[in-house]
Design a protein around this ligand. Sequence first.
Ligand code: CTP
Ligand code: ZN
Length: 153
Amino acid sequence: MSDHELRVSKIRDGTVIDHIAGGQALNVLAILGVDAASGDTVSVAMDVPSDRLGTKDIVKVEGRELSQDEVDVLSLIAPAATINIVRDFDVVEKHRVESPEEVVGVLSCPNRHCITTGDEPVDTRFDVLGDGIRCQYCETIVREEIADHIVVG
Ligand code: CTP
Ligand code: ZN
């Protein structure tokens, strides 16, 4: 890679989410709960030319690795993403995200009568279908704009 292609710095320790479909970086940040109050050091590159994807986004989170629940939801909006674990500047682990059978937490159910949207805290659980997700409690199916149902914070 030539110098003029290096858009964001390498990180020392943390996680690089690479090969995110162009335009999905902000949704990835929402899944990770990154905002001004989260205290995470994050860098984002958007619309980087990619042979495989046309354009791609890259998100680098310093000093933290992702939970399986976060990776599971990521796979729904960035199915081609690779997760790179970086330690002392080296990529020590690299894996593709895989679509899980269910996603727990992170997404909210759009049905306001669903048990998960009441006052009692109940983690959301969705079955992953080929073309969407289905709430395990009320069977509401979400097919489009899954990212709109990310619980921020
Ligand atoms: N990276 C980083 N900081 C490091 C090491 C790597 O930010 N200390 C980033 C790279 O810039 C790249 C990603 O992590 O976006 C994966 O790094 P690497 O495996 O070295 O790159 P590639 O071989 O190009 O990855 P792939 O084959 O998955 O496309
Ligand atoms: Zn529901």
